[in-house]
Design a protein around this ligand. Structure first.
Ligand code: MRU
Length: 343
């Protein structure tokens, strides 16, 4: 089965699948500097919470390798400055901060400049490998929630290229394909920058998973007429009480799922939980450039000067979420069960 990967460490550089160009062009960028990694994250060349964290971790590795000094204090200071800079690339996905914190701990603990360079690269590779295993485990826990022949709706791209491999919300579909279970996916196009239309359909079609594309505004009608049995999405940050931020449009799907009486699942690794954020109101919601709405593929579709509101994420409140599928199993979205995950 063809399951694409978006971040590859190769010959001391990051090979990064440029997700802005998909599905028409499969092009890998070569990133060798911290500013190049920052720009790739900010401009959505790499996107999806775990993949952002992995790219940033390799960005810290690049920082260390690009500072050849033998003075441990000097290297530490420079690498921590670069790490702080990378943390400003996007605000909502907590995996970015989670991965950078892990990298910072390794930087701070390093006794010599050489060991620092060695250890940060090992840590970035470990973060990537762990995410692949975690995503596969999420898929294993998600698969029993569906039956052969089910129609399942998703939004954005929480697939292989949004993670190390397999994805979170899309993982069960790759596993179902491996095991001969027929699941059909209805993918919302995901305005404004079409991660569903461009990325989710591309990934699932390559793996031979049955996928049908709809616009975001077709979700209610599709639930009613196409026998949708569940909704599954990824998350960028799960608050301590279970409120979950994900790509704009997710909240609406959760409301619709409740209205139709169908389960609404969030699939997210533990690295996406933020116990320091008490609830969804405290999750920072990124607002992006108005041209993402006023233009489509560089062509203007709205009048010059129109006011624009372009939040990239929204929050599905815990009471609309049936369960959160993690690598440790499916949990109820409440403070007690989430705290227990980390105990
Ligand atoms: O703006 P994006 O494309 O980075 O938003 C991504 C999402 O909302 C994903 O659903 C989320 O990060 C989970 S990816 C496994």
């Amino acid at each position: 089965m063809n399951i694409p990967q978006s971040v590859i460490w190769e010959h001391g550089s990051i090979r990064l699948l440029d997700q802005r160009k998909l599905p028409h062009v499969t092009h890998y960028l070569t990133l060798q500097t911290v500013p190049a990694v920052f720009d790739a994250i900010k401009s959505l060349a790499v996107r999806g919470a775990p993949a952002i964290g992995i790219a940033a971790a390799f960005g810290v590795a690049l920082s260390a390798l690009n500072h050849p000094s033998d003075d441990i204090d000097e290297v530490k200071e420079q690498v921590l400055i670069d790490s702080g800079y990378l943390s400003q690339s996007r605000p909502t996905a907590v995996n970015l901060f989670w991965a950078l914190n892990r990298m910072n701990e390794v930087v701070i603990a390093a006794p010599t400049a050489d060991s620092l360079r060695e250890n940060v690269l090992a840590e970035a590779l470990a973060i990537q490998k762990e995410d692949e295993d975690v995503c596969r485990a999420i898929g294993e826990h998600a698969l029993p929630l569906f039956n052969d022949g089910d129609h399942v709706m998703t939004i954005c791209n929480a697939g292989s290229i949004a993670t190390a491999k397999y994805g979170t919300a899309l993982a069960p579909f790759f596993l179902s394909k491996e095991r001969g279970i027929n699941l059909s996916v209805f993918a919302c196009e995901t305005r404004p920058v079409f991660q569903g239309a461009r990325l989710t359909t591309w990934e699932l079609m390559q793996a031979g998973v049955d996928v049908t594309l709809i616009t975001d505004s077709m979700a209610a009608h599709t639930m009613k007429t196409k026998n949708i049995s569940a909704v599954i999405t990824g998350a960028d940050r799960v608050a301590a009480n279970g409120d979950s931020a994900n790509k704009i449009g997710t909240f609406g799907l959760a409301v619709l799922a409740k209205s139709f009486g169908i389960p609404f699942y969030i699939a997210a690794p533990l690295s996406t939980f933020d116990l320091d954020t008490p609830n969804g109101d405290a999750i920072p919601i990124e607002e992006r450039d108005p041209t993402e709405i006023t233009e489509v593929n560089g062509m203007r579709v709205a009048p010059e000067g129109v006011a624009v509101f372009n939040p990239a994420f929204d929050v599905a409140p815990a009471d609309l979420i049936t369960g959160i599928i993690t690598e440790k199993g499916v949990i109820a979205p409440n403070e007690r069960d989430i705290a227990a995950l980390f105990s």
